[in-house]
Design a protein around this ligand. Sequence first.
Ligand SMILES: Cc1cc2nc3c(=O)[nH]c(=O)nc-3n(C[C@H](O)[C@H](O)[C@H](O)COP(=O)(O)OP(=O)(O)OC[C@H]3O[C@@H](n4cnc5c(N)ncnc54)[C@H](O)[C@@H]3O)c2cc1C
Length: 452
Amino acid sequence: MTEAAGACDVIVIGLGPGGEHAADSLAKAGLDVVAIDERLVGGECPYFGCVPSKMMIAAAGTLREARRIPGLAGTSQVQPDWAPVAARIRDEATDDWDDQVAVDRLVAAGATFVRGRGRITGPNEVTVDGRTWVARRGIVLNTGTSPSAPPIEGLAGTPYWTNREIVKATELPASLIVIGGGAIGCELAQVFAAFDAEVHVVEVADRIIALEEPEASAALATAFAEQGIEVHAGASIHRVDHAGDTFTVVLEDRELTAQRLLVAAGRRTNLADLGLEHLGLDPAARVLETDERMRVAPGIWAIGDITGKGAFTHVSMYQADVVIRDLLGVDGPWADYRAVARVTFTAPEVGSVGLTESAARAAGIDVVTATGDLGTRGWLAREPGLIKLVADRSRNVLVGACAIGPSGGEVLSMLATAVHAEIPVPTLAEMHFAYPTYYRATQPVLRALLHG
Ligand SMILES: Cc1cc2nc3c(=O)[nH]c(=O)nc-3n(C[C@H](O)[C@H](O)[C@H](O)COP(=O)(O)OP(=O)(O)OC[C@H]3O[C@@H](n4cnc5c(N)ncnc54)[C@H](O)[C@@H]3O)c2cc1C
């Protein structure tokens, strides 16, 4: 039986980074907001994604840096210990996976928080555990994604890890197989290798981080080989077995064994059983099509991973700002995805913005590219890396860029600005570039583009 819980201005279902931001801002602006989440306020990023994984990555980077002392600055003895990493994730990052601080913040902003699974039960109507709310202005969907596993024989039922278990690991495995060589799989593989685990990465595509430029995949594969991480690209996985403390992954030509198995091979959007049919939408949709105001249908907005515009926290927050403006009657700016930035936090770090070379060609752009190394700073620091720029020859502006190396994601900032603002390549090439910085390495590449 359903019980009418009341009317409100806006209902937000799912409080990932964007949903939380939208609920908080709309409530602060004076709207009557009902904010619903079945798990933790803040979503995947603070508890199971970006934050704990980047805390692990910071620790692993410190170990790698200490190991670089011989040959550069003397001698070093490194004794990895996972205990401080696990403790920081539990105590500093996630409050032991407790969202009370976030809930209190939301309530202090003036929102009504409801813990439970929200389901659309009619136009402007949402039901949670038998209680129903009706929204006067509309519903914002931010239900995000969950880890999904490929249909590999034997995998289901084994105690494999996804991102949700690995961030809670209190002990280091001696060995780890990672199924999935995308950003998440590669980041976590490198963390555990830095802590001396034997690591294999199994990827069905013919290269790791296959969505990035081939140059980035090659640079990372070289680093993985130097760090002792075995990459099995182009793999076909026949079966997974688990017995005692051992996983076996059977490939076409060999068997891999390890103490732990991480599956990082894709995510599914949380759209099933959301009641989309009550809005005239396909209940089996994988993503929701949105317009430039993030509207899916009259009175329905969607933000975050479910929109398929880039599964990143910054995209979710960006889209939330668009929705906030639309709901508050502010006139734009509306959503624009030409300069979506993304960073794979490996070593080397891979920062990318806009289109890759192949995506630009597929889009019919008159493409010109140029690449260059990290110049003086790379040589001084003994750090290899690469800058690749993708330009539209006819308009003489950058449409994509990739910065590979230490701080690749930071070097990216100027290139993201250039793509976003369509700064002419000659203007960029004649800027002052501080010597000897990593971003200075972009100048010869920009000049090469002019002659390309
Ligand atoms: C290991 C890992 C590392 C990552 N690293 C980065 C990174 O470095 N940088 C970056 O930008 N991104 C990173 N991401 C991606 C990032 O976490 C997501 O893009 C981000 O969380 C935005 O997701 P979202 O807003 O779509 O919602 P999510 O964060 O997925 O949250 C959705 C929320 O909706 C709730 N929910 C779902 N269905 C319902 C329902 N019916 N009723 C009520 N509540 C519901 C869920 O409980 C959840 O709290 C990483 C992801 C992973 C897994």
